[in-house]
Design a protein around this ligand. Structure first.
Ligand code: AP5
Ligand code: MG
Length: 210
């Protein structure tokens, strides 16, 4: 299978859906956001450079992102394609991607701006397996225990605050949303209404991928 792109604004549910469709697609999730956060935590040169952009809710420069992806795509688990989550986010990134691997489907999860802040500000993830939850919309079943792996430690992201979310939304509208037209013209763009129950969205994505 070729690679898939999960596309959409911050908080659209890209990560949530990637974790749910990983088994059906057999493709590993490649989230540039997760890779950057790992680099920040490890204190690498990439992480140190990326952190100031991420904290400000701005996009990290294309050359940093493209280098990360070129490296990741060499791993053995990527040989049959991957599921990109949050990449590409600019036209130069999409152009670079088209030289690296074939993309068969771009799944665009659409959520209105007014829903985004409440989604982002209520998000928490498992510190062990990175499963994504929400205080109100998608809480763990048993208080303090991850449904997926049973661990008991959770994290909140440094950039998940009301101020930074508005910058991230601005970056999405200015720099990322023009990519929709780019992919529409290639006939591989599938729009999914992301303002519904999580399971309904998963079903629609799986249908679009058939
Ligand atoms: P990144 O980590 O990619 O963040 P993002 O795009 O802002 O997206 P999020 O991860 O916030 O949202 P999501 O769509 O994954 O939603 P989730 O499933 O968690 O990027 C972070 C930063 O890194 C960027 O700002 C930038 O600086 C940098 N960066 C990353 N990639 C880059 C690139 N390619 N180029 C340049 N810079 C880059 O869901 C959100 C919440 O909503 C959760 O709590 C969830 O439980 C809940 N939820 C999910 N679905 C539903 C639903 N249907 N109904 C109700 N609640 C729901
Ligand atoms: Mg995400």
């Amino acid at each position: 299978m070729d690679s898939i792109v999960l596309f959409g604004p911050p908080g659209a549910g890209k990560g949530t859906q990637a974790q749910r469709i990983m088994e059906s697609t057999g493709l590993p999730q490649v989230s540039t956001g997760d890779m950057l956060r790992a680099a920040v935590a490890a204190g690498t040169a990439t992480g140190i450079e990326a952190k100031r952009y991420m904290d400000a809710g701005q996009l990290v420069p294309d050359e940093v992102i493209i280098a990360l992806i070129k490296d990741r795509i060499q791993d053995s688990d990527a040989s049959n394609g991957v599921m990109f989550d949050g990449f590409p986010r600019t036209i130069p990134q999409a152009e670079a991607l088209s030289e690296i691997t074939e993309v068969s489907h771009v799944i665009a999860i659409e959520v209105p701006d007014e829903r985004i802040v409440e989604r982002i500000c209520g998000r928490y993830t498992c510190g062990s397996c990175s499963a994504v939850y929400h205080d109100t919309f998608n809480p763990v079943s048993v208080e303090g225990i991850c449904d997926n792996c049973g661990a008991g430690e959770f994290k909140r992201r440094a950039d998940d605050n009301a101020d930074t979310v508005l910058s991230r939304l601005g970056a999405y509208h200015d720099q990322t949303s023009p990519l929709a037209q780019w992919y529409e013209s290639k006939g591989i763009f599938h729009v999914i209404d992301g303002d519904r129950a999580i399971d309904e969205i998963t079903n629609d994505i799986l249908s679009a991928l058939k």
